[in-house]
Design a protein around this ligand. Sequence first.
Ligand SMILES: N[C@@H](CCC(=O)N[C@@H](CS)C(=O)NCC(=O)O)C(=O)O
Length: 235
Amino acid sequence: MNQTFPEKLSCYSVTLYLKHLIMTQRDKHLYFDVRARGEAIRMLYALAGKELDDQRIGFADWPSLKPSTPLGKVPVLTTEDGVLCQSNVIARYLGRKFGLIGSTQWDETLNDLVMETVKEFYESGVIAKIFLWKIFKGVPEPEDPEKVLEEVRQSINKHVNYIQSIAEGRGKKFILCDQIQLGDVWLYAALESSRVIYPDIMTTTPWVKEFTAKFEADERIKKHMAERPPSAAGI
Ligand SMILES: N[C@@H](CCC(=O)N[C@@H](CS)C(=O)NCC(=O)O)C(=O)O
């Protein structure tokens, strides 16, 4: 009896210690040393007031790290629940966890709508049609670069105008609510990253200008932006 008590105590202490470690361990975010897809994730942590172990990979180190990621791509987020890839899935997970998807199922659905709308112009347009040749030099320049640049600009405008119509239907301070939500972060981060190609993209319409000004005026975002490192590739 006397022998088992200290053993039980030590098991209990170890369990408590492990629980403490899990609770206090920061989530780990693996991404390149640029803003782009990873910056929205960093902003979600800033909004939630949670620390993030933000591991920024240099492009030279990527080939050796790539095989250790689930799909050979970043961002990858490691949390107490497990490892996640796919930026939009990571975003939804964090949005639910941090309470940034509104308060009803309809709010959550509209956040999804904004996110998918942003993804359409950012991933299939800005990244695939422009960044790949102009920033990453991974594919040859298109035959008519001006035409491609103009097409993508039109696509951004179309998608942003649609988001504006959703926001006007809601009549709140941000797109869906009076506080910043997931969709706001996604739109801001995509526009900010696109600014290297289109310097005026955040001021093209009164609505987008006002939206970005309100977003940047949020104290948590202001602090995050003041403290973040400069973006290596300008995106
Ligand atoms: N569908 C993925 C795409 C991820 C993706 O393409 N990531 C790029 C960086 S933004 C990447 O890892 N590129 C390096 C490579 O493909 O080797 C997502 O949304 O997370």
